[in-house]
Design a binder for this molecule. Structure first.
Ligand code: ZN
Ligand code: ZN
Length: 281
């Protein structure tokens, strides 16, 4: 696919999602739909994006038993952001070059460039070796490859099922409005999470912590803590910081479904010991 067609497809997708979200508010508004959509956004965002794509797949912060891993990846697929191999590759590259000119989404180039403009910088990604060949622990995992290749067609299936179940109101609310919320909350970590808030650690990047952002991103708002200890499963480090994603991980650990949990201390020890530090980034 050439650059123009890829950009047009991306623009069409983003316009369709936001137009559908607007139609939900203007034509199909009800408090019931709004509450169900917020609940679905929070559930699939927390399990699918924060716990699965970010902590489990990208940073290997814990290991879950196979049925739970499949459940996590299914939640990630429904969240509708990107397939796990692409998501993890993009995010590891962000850690590697955070807030340098090679960072693919840094507010150095402005708020909107970090928020969503970076999606259109395909040439920049193509010039970077990290995107020529995704890391082997991702490409060699057949389960991740399955979810990667089915990610796009599965979105059509989800929308078709929503239409069959609840007609256009379901498509506009649980399809478009929910995905718009998921996208903007995740993108806010890239933009707001490197611009506004407080810092517990003097990291070389501009990452910040925000309790408000953490509240609706499953704990991801503690982004400065995360840049300090990227391999750690827990993102809250100080009193008064609440990490809902970690509460879920601890619950699953207590049920014997999650093991090998990485703490801040263990993750920094692993960085020092391993040659393949990109796994932790
Ligand atoms: Zn960051
Ligand atoms: Zn990360």
């Amino acid at each position: 696919m050439n650059r123009l067609s890829a950009h047009l497809l991306l623009v069409a997708f983003l316009v369709a999602i936001h137009a559908g979200a607007l139609v939900a508010l203007l034509w199909y508004f009800s408090w019931g739909w709004l509450l169900v959509t917020i609940a679905a956004w929070q559930f699939f965002g927390l399990i699918g994006v924060s716990v699965c794509l970010h902590r489990e797949i990208t940073h290997r912060a814990f290991v879950s038993v196979l049925p739970l891993k499949i459940f996590h990846l299914t939640c990630a697929l429904i969240a509708g952001q990107a397939g796990p191999v692409v998501w993890a590759t993009v995010h590891r590259t962000h850690h590697k070059y955070a807030d340098t000119e090679r960072d693919i989404h840094s507010p150095r180039e402005g708020f909107w460039a970090a928020h969503l403009g970076w999606l259109f910088q395909r040439q920049k990604r193509q010039r970077m070796t990290e995107f020529q060949q995704a890391p082997k622990d991702l490409t060699g995992d057949r389960l991740l490859q399955f979810f990667q290749t089915t990610h796009f067609p599965a979105q059509f299936l989800i929308f078709a099922l929503l239409y069959a179940w609840g007609g256009w109101p379901a498509v506009c609310w649980l399809g478009c409005f929910r995905i718009a919320l998921t996208l903007h909350s995740a993108w806010s970590i890239n933009s707001l999470g490197h611009l506004y808030g407080y810092r517990n650690y003097d990291t070389p990047d501009q990452s910040t912590n925000s309790r408000v952002l953490a509240m609706f991103t499953g704990g991801e708002g503690f982004h400065n803590n995360h840049h300090q200890y990227p391999g750690a499963a827990k993102l809250s480090h100080r009193a008064g910081e609440v990490d809902p994603g970690f509460l879920y991980i601890k619950l699953m650990q207590s049920l014997g479904l999650i093991s090998n949990l990485q703490t801040a201390a263990r993750s920094s020890a692993r960085v020092a010991q391993t040659d393949n530090a990109s796994i932790l980034q």
